[in-house]
Write a protein that binds this ligand. Structure first.
Ligand code: AGP
Length: 607
C-alpha cells in the first residue's frame, strides 16, 4: 500500500524522485523520504506527512544521480519521522525503501539484536537493511547480501536498495508487491506502478515474483532467486500521460465520474462490436472446460466486490450455474469448496489487492479455472490468473473507485453473454436485447450526467448529517451497498446499506425525525414493495431521496432523480452515477480531500 520509486541515470535524482512520489501519493501519504548516493555516503531525508513536507527539510540539498524514495501508508509503527522510509542499517552502508509487510520481522529483529544491531523505528522494514548488512559483513557482495537477506523474509515486499560502496547500481526485488522498471536511454526508473513514471518512459520491464534486478545507467541485469542470470522482455505500453492528469477538473474523482461515458465506451469497444459480436483477446476458454463448470465464485474487495454482486444474477440467469459472490479476505480463510469444476472470477481495479490475489492462488491450488478482471495491464493479478480480461477504463487515480466500477459491471455482463453464447442455450433474443442495451449505455450515462447541480443542491442539504441510510431490493440493494461505501470513504459520514425488506427486522429502530434515507428504485417487479418500505421510513420522520427509472405518481419524497431505463442487469451502471456525485458533493461541502481520503490508499497491497 506504499509507493516506492527509484532512479539511476545522468540527471539529478531528487526532482525525478519527488515527481514520482507525487504520482504515487494515492498509494499512501502519511510520510515520505528520499535517499541519494553522494560521493562517499548515502544522504537521507524523510518526514511525517505528505511529500511536499520534504521541502521543509531542505530536500533540494540532496545531490547525486542515483536514488530511492518512498511514500508511506503505515502498517507497522505510527506515521512519524523515524518510521518513515528509507531505512538505513546501523553502519549507514545500505538504504532501503519497502512496499509490503514482513510477517517474520519480530523474529528477525531479535536475531539481529543478538548480533549487536539496534533499531530506531517501530517498523518491520528496518530489519531489511540490517539483515543485508549482516550478510555483507560475511560475503562483501552487494547482490549476494540482498539475495541472502530476502531468502530470510516472509511476507510481501517490493524493495529498492542503495549501497554506499557501489556508486553505480540500485538493486531491486519483489515478492507479492508490485514493481516495474522503466527504461529510457541512459535513464532507468523503478516504480510501484507504470503511471508514476509514464512521463519518462513507455518501455517497461515487469518484474515477476522473486526476481532481482541490478540496475545502472548503462545496463540492467536480471537474476532469479538463486542468482542465475535471466532474460526479461521489454514491453511497450501506449498509455497517454494526460489521462493521468486532471484535465481541468477540480479533483480526479470528479474527472473520473464524468469520464464514465467514455470509459464505458472503451470497455464496450474493446470486447463488443457495434454489430454485437463479442471478442476477447488471448481468451481460449475451452467449451469442454465451460461445460464442466458447476459453480462460479466472483471474488473481490470493496467496490470491485459490489460490481461482482451486481452481476451475480446475470451469470445465473444466462448460464444456470450457481454463483457465489465472496469478499476476498473472507474467502481465502474459510476453506471454500473448490475443485476442477469451479470457475473463480477475480475483480480488481488495481490488480494488486493482496487479499484478492491470495484468494486467486487458493482457487488455482485447488484446481479451479481462474479469470482476472482488472484495469491495469501487467498488474500482478494478471500474472497469476489463467485468463485476464481488461476493463480499459484508463488510469483511476482517485482512491474512491467510480469508473472502474461501471466498467467492471459492463465487462462482467459481456463475459456472461459470451459464455451463454458459447454454451448456446440462453434465449438468443434476450442476449441480443442485452447486447443492444450495453451499446446504448454511454449515451444514457451522458444523459444522467447532464444535471450535476441537482445532485449538488441535494448534497448540500445533508452534508451535516451524522447518519445516512441507503435502501434497495434485488440488484438495487447492490447499488445501495456501493453508494454507502462511496459516501463513507470520502465524506466520513456514517452510512448503512440495507435490503429494503430487511429494515423492519430491526434497523428501522434507527429511523427518526430528520434521518436521511436514500432509495434506489429500478426493478419494476419489486417496485411496489420498495415503495411500501419507503412509506415505512417516511411514517417515522425520515427525509427521502429516491433514484428511479420509473414514473412515480403522487410521490411524497423530498427529492427524486430520474434516470433512463435499461436492462435490469445494467441498471447499476446508471443508478450509481447520481450517488457517486452525491458522495462527491457532500465531501466537497465538508472541504475534504476527496482524492486522498484519510486512512485509505488506492491499492491495498497488504492484508
Ligand atoms: C473503493 O472505492 C475503495 N477504494 C476500495 O474498496 C477498493 O474498491 C478495494 O480496495 C478493491 O480495490 P481493487 O479493485 O484495486 O482490488
Amino acid at each position: 500500500m506504499c509507493g516506492i520509486i527509484g532512479y539511476v541515470g545522468k540527471k539529478n535524482a531528487t526532482p525525478i524522485l519527488i515527481n514520482g512520489l507525487l504520482n504515487l501519493e494515492y498509494r499512501g501519504y502519511d510520510s515520505a523520504g528520499i535517499s541519494t548516493l553522494e560521493s562517499t555516503c548515502i544522504s537521507n531525508i524523510k518526514t511525517k506527512g505528505r511529500v511536499k513536507n520534504l521541502y521543509d527539510k531542505d530536500i533540494d540539498s540532496l545531490e547525486g544521480t542515483i536514488g530511492i524514495a518512498h511514500t508511506r501508508w503505515a502498517t507497522h509503527g505510527k506515521p512519524s519521522d523515524e518510521n518513515s522510509h528509507p531505512h538505513l542499517d546501523n553502519s549507514k552502508t545500505f538504504s532501503v525503501v519497502h512496499n509490503g509487510i514482513i510477517e517474520n520481522y519480530k523474529e528477525l529483529k531479535s536475531f539481529l539484536e543478538q548480533n549487536n544491531y539496534y533499531f530506531l523505528s517501530q517498523t518491520d522494514t528496518e530489519v531489511i537493511p540490517n539483515l543485508i548488512h549482516y550478510y555483507y559483513t560475511k560475503n562483501n557482495n552487494f547482490l549476494k547480501s540482498v539475495n541472502e537477506a530476502c531468502k530470510c523474509l516472509k511476507g510481501s515486499y517490493a524493495i529498492e536498495v542503495l549501497c554506499k560502496n557501489d556508486k553505480d547500481n540500485i538493486i531491486v526485488v519483489r515478492h507479492d508487491s508490485p514493481l516495474v522498471i522503466g527504461v529510457n536511454e541512459d535513464d532507468k526508473y523503478v516504480s510501484s506502478d507504470i503511471p508514476a513514471i509514464l512521463s519518462y518512459s513507455n518501455n517497461f520491464y515487469l518484474l515477476d515474483n522473486d526476481e532481482f534486478a541490478m540496475i545502472s545507467n548503462s545496463e540492467i541485469n536480471f537474476y532469479d532467486i538463486n542468482l542465475n542470470k535471466i532474460e526479461k522482455k521489454l514491453k511497450h505500453f501506449d498509455y497517454d500521460i494526460t489521462s493521468s492528469q486532471k484535465n481541468g477538473y477540480e479533483d480526479f474523482m470528479l474527472k473520473e465520474i464524468f469520464e464514465q461515458p467514455n470509459s464505458v465506451r472503451e470497455t464496450i469497444g474493446s470486447h463488443l462490436s457495434p454489430d454485437s459480436l463479442i471478442s476477447f483477446n488471448d481468451f481460449d476458454f475451452k467449451l469442454e472446460d465451460l461445460k464442466n463448470i458447476n459453480q462460479i465464485y466472483i471474488v473481490a474487495c470493496g467496490t470491485a466486490m459490489h460490481a461482482g454482486l451486481s452481476c451475480k444474477n446475470t451469470f445465473e440467469k444466462l448460464l444456470h450455474i450457481p454463483v457465489t459472490v465472496e469478499i476476498a479476505s473472507e474467502f481465502r480463510y474459510r476453506n471454500p469448496i473448490i475443485d476442477n469444476k469451479t470457475l473463480a472470477i477475480y475483480v480488481s481495479q488495481s490488480g494488486e489487492t493482496a487479499d484478492t490475489i491470495a484468494a486467486l492462488k487458493l482457487a488455482k491450488t485447488n484446481g479451479a479455472k481462474t479469470i482476472a478482471i482488472t484495469n491495469v495491464i501487467g498488474s500482478s493479478i494478471t500474472r497469476e490468473a489463467d485468463f485476464s480480461l481488461y476493463t480499459h477504463a484508463g488510469p483511476e487515480i482517485a482512491v474512491a473507485s467510480t469508473k472502474a466500477y461501471t466498467s467492471q459491471i459492463v465487462l462482467l455482463n459481456i463475459l456472461a453473454i459470451y459464455f451463454a453464447e458459447t454454451l448456446d442455450f440462453a434465449d438468443k433474443n434476450f442476449l441480443n436485447s442485452l447486447k443492444n442495451e450495453i451499446l446504448l449505455l454511454p449515451n444514457k450515462i451522458e444523459y444522467v450526467l447532464k444535471n450535476p447541480d441537482n445532485i449538488k443542491n441535494i448534497a448540500k442539504t445533508v452534508a451535516s448529517k451524522k447518519d445516512i441510510f441507503f435502501l434497495g431490493r434485488g440488484i438495487d440493494y447492490t447499488v445501495a451497498l456501493e453508494a454507502s461505501l462511496k459516501l463513507k470513504e470520502i465524506s466520513y459520514i456514517h452510512s448503512e446499506a440495507y435490503a429494503s425488506g430487511e429494515l423492519k427486522h430491526g434497523p428501522i429502530a434507527l429511523i427518526e425525525n430528520g434521518v436521511t434515507v436514500v432509495s434506489i428504485l429500478t426493478d419494476l417487479e419489486l417496485l411496489e414493495k420498495s415503495i411500501s418500505n419507503i412509506e415505512e421510513v417516511i411514517a417515522r420522520g425520515a427525509s427521502t431521496f429516491v433514484i428511479t427509472n420509473q414514473e412515480l405518481v403522487n410521490s411524497n419524497y423530498n427529492y427524486v432523480i430520474n434516470i433512463p431505463k435499461t436492462n435490469k442487469f445494467l441498471s447499476p451502471i446508471l443508478s450509481i452515477i447520481p450517488l457517486q456525485l452525491f458522495a462527491y458533493y457532500i465531501a466537497k461541502e465538508k472541504n475534504l480531500d476527496v482524492d486522498k481520503p484519510r486512512n485509505l490508499a488506492k491499492s491495498v497491497t497488504v492484508e
